[in-house]
Design a protein. Sequence first.
Length: 54
Amino acid sequence: MFGLFKKKSEKEKLQAQYESLLKEAHTLSTTNRKMSDQKAFEADEIMKKLEKLA
């Protein structure tokens, strides 16, 4: 109940965005390889940001 209004940290936001991009890249890999590669690249850039935060 008390965690209801807890805000996400920057690290948690980046982790969620990273997972979302990887999922999207995976689904696009069957239909549009170029877009899939772009999403994978964006996910890699977010992982670099996460590593800098740690």
